[in-house]
Structure formats: C-alpha cells, structure tokens
Design a protein around this ligand. Structure first.
Ligand code: HEC
Ligand code: HEC
Length: 338
C-alpha cells in the first residue's frame, strides 16, 4: 500500500516537472505576438502609433498623419492653411492614413525614395512624389518643400517606414498587380458592376457624397467629374484602379477577403475611367516613350498599338511585343560588342 502511494506521488511530481518545462518562462508576463519586424517576409504593418515620440519631432509626425487623413480640412477648397486641392483626402486612396496593409500604404516610401521614376525621367524625392499626388490625384497645386506641411508629411512617412531596410519593398505595400485579362476590359460590363456594388456610396453619377456635417471633404469621395482625380493620376491607369479596388472596395473588404473577381475589378476600372474627369498637361511625362506603362492611354507610343488598346487592353500582346523588342535590341547590342 505505502509503496503504491509512493509511486503515485513520484509520477505526479514527474508530470508536474514536464508541464513546467514546456511552459515558456517569461519574466514580464505573456510574450509579445510576433510582428513584421521579426520576419521581414511577412506583410508590412505600421509601427505602433503610441510609440511616436513625445517631442517636437513627434508633433511633426502626428501633424503629418493628420494632413494625410484630413487633407481637405487643411488644404482643400476651404482649407484652413491653404486652398490648393480638390476636397479629397490623401487617405481616400492611402487608407487609414497610409497604414493599411494592401491599402496603398506608405510602408515602402522611406526605404525606396529617392528613386528613379520613368514617368519624369529623373530621380524623385519623397517631396516630389507627394506633390505629384497633389497635382494629379487631388487635381491641385504643389506645396513648397520647406513648408511645415510638407515636412510633416515626409516625417510621417519616414516614421512609418523606419523598420524597413533601405531599398526593400515589403509585402503588402503598393498596389496589387492583377493578372491581365485575355480580352479588352469592358466599360459596359463595368457599369453593371458599378450599379450593383459601388453607386450606393459613390453616387449614381460618381459624384460621391459630401460630408454635410462638417461641410468639408467627403463621406464617400467622388470617382469621376470635376472634383475627382485628373487624367494624369495613378488611378487613371486601369491596372492601378483595378488592383486598388479589388483589395479595398466595396469599402470594408480586405486582401484575402475580396468581394470582386479580377474580371469585375478590371471592368469597373474601365467603366470609371471612361467617364469625364479633369485634364492634365502630360506632354512632359515619360520623356522616353518606350518606358510608358502598357496601360498608359496617351500616345505617342514606341509600339504600334492604338490608344484604345493601351487604355482597355488586352495588354498581354503589348507586353509581349515590348519584350520581343527589348530582346532584339539586346541581341544587336551583343553583336556590336563582339
Ligand atoms: C485618387 C487616389 C489618390 C489620392 C487622393 C492620393 N494618392 Fe498618392 N498615390 C496614388 C496611387 C495610385 C499611387 C501609386 C501607387 C503604386 O503605383 O503602387 C500613389 C503613390 C503615392 C506615393 C508613393 C508610394 C510608393 O510607395 O511609391 C506617395 C508618397 C503618395 N502617393 C502620397 C500621397 C499624398 C501625400 C497624398 C495627398 C496629398 C496622396 N498621395 C493622395 C493615388 C492617390
Ligand atoms: C460602403 C460604401 C462604399 C462602397 C460600396 C464602395 N466604396 Fe469606394 N470608397 C468608400 C470610401 C469611404 C472611400 C474612402 C476611404 C477613406 O477615406 O478612408 C472610398 C474610396 C474609393 C476610391 C479611392 C478614392 C477616389 O474617390 O478615387 C476608389 C477608386 C473607390 N472607392 C472605388 C470603388 C468602387 C469601384 C466600388 C465598387 C466596386 C466602391 N468603391 C464601393 C466607400 C465605398
């Protein structure tokens, strides 16, 4: 009898020891969940905003975040600081002040600028890129690069990207490139998608819904018409529009939980970008016309495809022709070098 109790106690002690040895010992409570910073192959996520420093620099960073979120308040048609843009907010397209994974966020900006961009044919600073969005996406004017507003937005972007190694573009930043369709994207089919899935917020005429409570900006931003982005904007390329909308619209969906099919995204992009919107002088864009993206809809082009095909596709043949041209060029270069 005594022996049985002794064996049982011994076993219990052993089991207890085993259990204790597999519980991780951590002196200050439960372990932090792993994040982007522990594995740079994971989707980018913004640093914790409660860690923005409590000093002058931190104030500038917070001001930058607010300028991105409430651009119209400061810089819109009735802007408190300057009247220089169309009433949209940067965050209408760069969701959650540019922090949302797959929401066209600013995670890669600090690490990849300054960079050479083919549209301008020069090395661009963050300031230049911000002013590009002001002039095109917000159909407005530019900010002086020494202004407090510009310094604040740059500070916000640099803080957001502070954990990204130089030169790296993390997963979930930028806009998803959807596979090309084998046919032209169809504004007619896109109109049906628009009516079914977009017009309840963005309006039957793409006019959006002004924020009547504050009288400033929009509850739902416009998608076409004179208060929308102009023809020089990134979203005017249907690949960018389709990629952005697939991951983020109808508002509330997210990457991995999309509602639109690729086809619906391409078609609704074709429909929205077939509607009227402000013009922009683009004569200085793409000084080397051979570098125009396949879906830049304005000639002259280095290839023989029409403006129509460059606007709606199919883009596969354009891409192929371009690759063949480059291959031929490389070959003749190799022959010359022999
Ligand atoms: C109508 C939509 C729209 C609005 C509004 C908008 N942008 Fe953009 N922005 C874009 C698109 C599209 C891109 C290109 C993204 C890509 O090609 O991956 C872009 C790119 C950028 C980039 C470069 C990002 C990168 O990783 O290369 C910065 C910086 C930027 N925008 C800043 C701003 C700021 C600041 C504002 C407000 C003044 C603003 N944008 C308003 C659509 C918009
Ligand atoms: C439930 C309302 C809602 C629906 C439905 C919706 N959107 Fe949006 N959309 C928004 C809001 C809100 C924003 C601005 C997000 C922000 O500022 O945080 C936005 C922003 C956008 C933008 C970028 C800003 C601009 O105005 O250019 C595009 C493009 C867009 N939506 C396209 C679409 C398309 C296409 C559909 C249909 C497939 C759609 N949306 C459906 C609410 C909606």
């Amino acid at each position: 009898m005594r022996r049985k109790i002794f064996v049982a106690l011994f076993l219990m002690a052993f089991v207890l020891l085993v259990i204790l040895s597999v519980i991780p010992m951590s002196p200050d409570g439960p372990e932090e969940p792993l994040t982007y910073r522990d594995n740079l192959e994971w989707p980018w996520e913004a640093p914790d905003s409660s860690t923005i420093p409590d000093n002058e620099e931190g104030e500038l960073i917070r001001y930058g975040r607010d300028l991105v979120a409430r651009t119209a308040w400061y810089l819109g048609p009735q802007g408190k600081i300057r009247k220089m843009s169309n009433g949209m907010n940067c965050q209408n397209c760069h969701l959650e002040a540019g922090t949302k994974p797959w929401g066209n966020n600013f995670g890669a900006v600090a690490a990849t600028y300054p960079k050479y961009r083919e549209r301008s044919g020069m090395v661009e600073s963050i300031q230049k890129k911000i002013n590009d969005c002001f002039e095109r996406s917000l159909n407005g004017k530019t900010l002086d690069s020494t202004s407090r507003e510009m310094r604040a937005m740059v500070a916000w972007m640099k803080w957001l990207g502070k954990d990204v190694p130089k030169g790296k573009k993390p997963l979930g930043t930028g806009i998803t490139a959807l596979p090309y369709l084998g046919r032209p994207a169809s504004p007619d089919a896109g109109k049906l998608v628009y009516v079914a899935k977009c017009s309840r917020c963005h309006g039957a005429n793409g006019e959006g819904l002004p924020d009547t409570l504050s009288g400033i900006g929009y509850t739902y931003p416009p998608l076409w018409g004179k208060y929308s982005y102009n023809k020089g904007a990134g979203l005017y390329r249907i690949s960018k529009f389709a990629g952005y909308v697939k991951d983020n619209m109808p508002f509330g969906v997210a990457h991995g939980r999309e509602e639109l099919t690729d086809e619906q995204a391409w078609d609704v992009a074709a429909f929205v970008n077939s509607m009227d919107r402000p013009d922009k002088d683009l004569s200085h864009d793409w000084p080397d016309i051979a570098t125009k993206p396949v879906d830049h809809p304005f000639g002259p082009f280095a290839d023989s495809f029409s403006e129509q095909q460059h606007k709606y596709g199919p883009f596969g043949p354009i891409k192929l022709a371009r690759e063949e041209l480059t291959a031929a060029k490389d070959k003749s270069q190799a022959v010359k070098n022999k």
